[in-house]
Design a protein around this ligand. Structure first.
Ligand SMILES: [Fe+2]
Length: 169
């Protein structure tokens, strides 16, 4: 799968988790939050380490990329707060809503501007190679991301026990 298709698929997965979280009346929310943390952390890492650097040679993209890094920083700060809250209910839904708005903005920017520009800038082969690199980088980073979430109940083997969107298709 090419890089843009892969990153777009991540966006849809994250939106699906937010939808499930909004419908959640209790019980599964820690598992959903852990999934959200994992998906967003891996997505931001893949974009920052692989995808954005591939676009950085185009100076017309620099404003977009600076914005993207800033937005990732804001998302990570909220993810850190969510992780620190763990099972405590206070402030959880406010932060989830705040995070959802940030993610919506990120998705709109990327799918509206960054991804179309990337498709014009990079040829099909390069996109495929970047897609492969993104998948490999996510696999490598997964254990570290899981370990950074001590406050949430990830269960044995992380995604193996979940019923929602999986990290790797
Ligand atoms: Fe993204």
């Amino acid at each position: 799968m090419d890089a843009v298709d892969l990153l777009t698929q991540d966006h849809r997965k994250v939106e699906a988790i937010f939808m499930q979280l909004q419908q959640e009346k209790g019980g599964q929310s820690q598992q959903l939050l852990a999934q959200l943390y994992r998906e967003l952390s891996l997505h931001a890492m893949a974009e920052e380490n692989i995808f954005y650097p591939a676009l950085a040679s185009n100076t017309a993209m620099s404003g977009q990329l600076i914005d993207a890094f800033k937005e990732h920083g804001e998302m990570k700060a909220i993810l850190g707060e969510l992780a620190a809250l763990g099972n405590g209910p206070s402030g959880l839904s406010d932060r989830v809503t705040k995070l959802m708005k940030k993610v919506e903005h990120h998705v709109k920017d990327e799918e509206g501007k960054v991804f179309p520009a990337a498709r014009e800038m990079l040829d099909k082969d390069r996109m495929q190679v970047l897609g492969q690199q993104i998948m490999e980088a996510k696999q490598m980073a997964l254990p570290g991301v899981q370990n950074s979430l001590p406050a949430m109940e990830l269960g044995m083997g992380g995604s193996a026990s979940t019923t929602g969107p999986q990290t790797f298709a």
